[in-house]
Design a protein around this ligand. Structure first.
Ligand code: SF4
Length: 431
């Protein structure tokens, strides 16, 4: 089976190949290195095999007879060295090199917040891993707290994950680690939403958690830190959720340790294979995932692969309402095109502020009102709206768009329909 390793699967410069075509490679061997004095991350092979191609973007390895229970160990000594060498990056989707984030140093008063929100609907591999290995999450958190000299550790997790919460409580013996529960709405896993919910501090869109004396770090990243430090394991495997229009319809599969570099088609095969009819394959979650192809490889930040329901035919003219924490304008345009609709207007939620060529929400998940924006799209000639809003704002859109005779489509519809999940529309607080 062919494995493909992207040289850029993180924030920063692409890694530089350190192997040649024809080389025989072992699982856990470094195949591309972070350029010196640059932001970046090392890349390791997740398989035994032979390098068959190298280009500017990828290293391809023909896998053979891999023993997936073992790997070449890291050589570093200190936790900091091991985390950097292992090529660990933010696995919640950000891909920022973790060793750089952990350069932070508190004066004994900071807090490390583990983001265990797993906020995207359908994705459930983080919570499943926590239920299976709660003690390893605590060990990883302690490593991070020691490294940055933090006074407290908080695990932020949605209140609906009762089993995971109970299992964590059973293994927390320290007074300086606590659990903070989050409401079951999107996007409670957004970094600044987590800081607001756990510390009561609303950061500006431009501010990082350090402005609140905090570091926010994804739960799977924390687990990989423990593996690097205690088991000297490089980042070669990835937990993920595979779901949707598979042969076994409307199914959701959780996989631990999918080898990075495996192609999407091969991962879907592990879940039983693709169904006959689907609309698109999404890499990531329903809100922020991107359309992908069966040939694309799994990268460090891949959390989900979803075969979405076929697109419903849309109206002739459609208006887009864009959220800073959901699908962006380009993604909504792509979906509108697949629905056969012409985009006649684009509006942004008024809390979606432009920050460094992207958008960030001023107060994630707390609706500022959407009536004006929906009315503007109606004036633009829209016969329906396609939205990517958070749960609270979608609720508001549903209180006005139908009265204006505008049907509502949501960017998550195809993914959610594919697993018979309730659509993002009206919601009740206690759902
Ligand atoms: S308030 Fe607006 S920008 Fe913020 S999360 Fe909700 S829809 Fe997105």
């Amino acid at each position: 089976m062919e494995f493909v390793f992207a040289l850029k699967q993180h924030v920063g410069a692409p890694a530089g190949p350190v192997v040649c075509e024809g080389d025989n490679i072992k699982r856990g061997q470094m195949i591309a290195a972070k350029p010196e004095n640059a932001l970046g991350s090392n890349i390791f092979s997740s398989v035994d095999g032979k390098v068959t191609a190298i280009d500017d973007n990828y290293i391809t390895i023909e896998e053979s007879d891999t023993d997936f229970t073992s790997y070449q160990k890291l050589t570093g000594n200190s936790p900091k060295e091991l985390i950097e060498e292992a090529g660990i990056v933010g696995l919640g989707g950000a891909g920022f090199p973790t060793s750089v984030k952990l350069n932070a140093h508190f004066d004994g008063d900071g807090v490390v917040i583990v983001n265990a929100a797993e906020c995207e609907p359908i994705l459930s591999h983080n919570i499943a891993r926590i239920e299976q290995e709660p003690e390893n999450l605590i060990k990883g958190l302690k490593i991070v707290m020691d490294l940055v000299n933090a006074k407290r550790g908080i695990i932020a997790i949605k209140e609906i994950h009762k089993e995971a919460i109970e299992k964590l409580k059973a293994v927390i013996t320290e007074d300086d680690i606590e659990i903070s529960t989050l409401e079951n709405i999107y996007p409670m896993g957004e970094e600044r939403a987590i800081v607001r919910e756990t510390l009561g501090i609303l950061l500006e869109p431009e501010q990082l958690p350090m402005a609140a004396n905090a570091i926010v770090i994804n739960a799977e990243t924390v687990l990989k830190i423990r593996e690097a430090v205690e088991e000297k394991k490089p980042l070669i495997d990835k937990d993920m959720t595979v779901a949707g229009k598979l042969k076994e319809d409307a199914s959701v599969h959780i996989f631990f340790d999918i080898p990075i570099g495996m192609k999407v088609a091969d991962v879907i095969e592990k879940a039983g294979g693709l169904g006959k009819e689907y609309g698109e394959i999404i890499m990531g979650g329903p809100f922020t995932g991107k359309r992908t192809s069966l040939d694309a490889p799994v990268v460090k930040t891949t959390g989900g692969i979803i075969a979405a329901e076929e697109f419903l035919p849309g109206p002739k003219k459609i208006g887009l309402l864009v959220c800073a924490c959901g699908a962006n304008k380009e993604r909504l345009e792509e979906q509108a095109k697949s629905m056969g609709s012409e985009v006649v207007g684009v509006e942004y939620c008024k809390q979606a502020k432009e920050v460094k060529n992207s958008r960030k929400c001023e107060n994630p998940g707390r609706c500022p009102g959407q009536v004006q924006k929906v009315m503007q799209l109606k004036k633009d000639g829209a016969q329906a709206v396609l939205i990517s809003n958070c749960t609270d704002c979608s609720n508001t859109v549903m209180s006005c768009a139908p009265q204006l005779k505008l049907p509502v489509y949501h960017c998550t519809d195809g993914a959610l329909r594919a697993v018979n999940h309730k659509l993002i529309r009206k919601f009740k607080k206690d759902e």
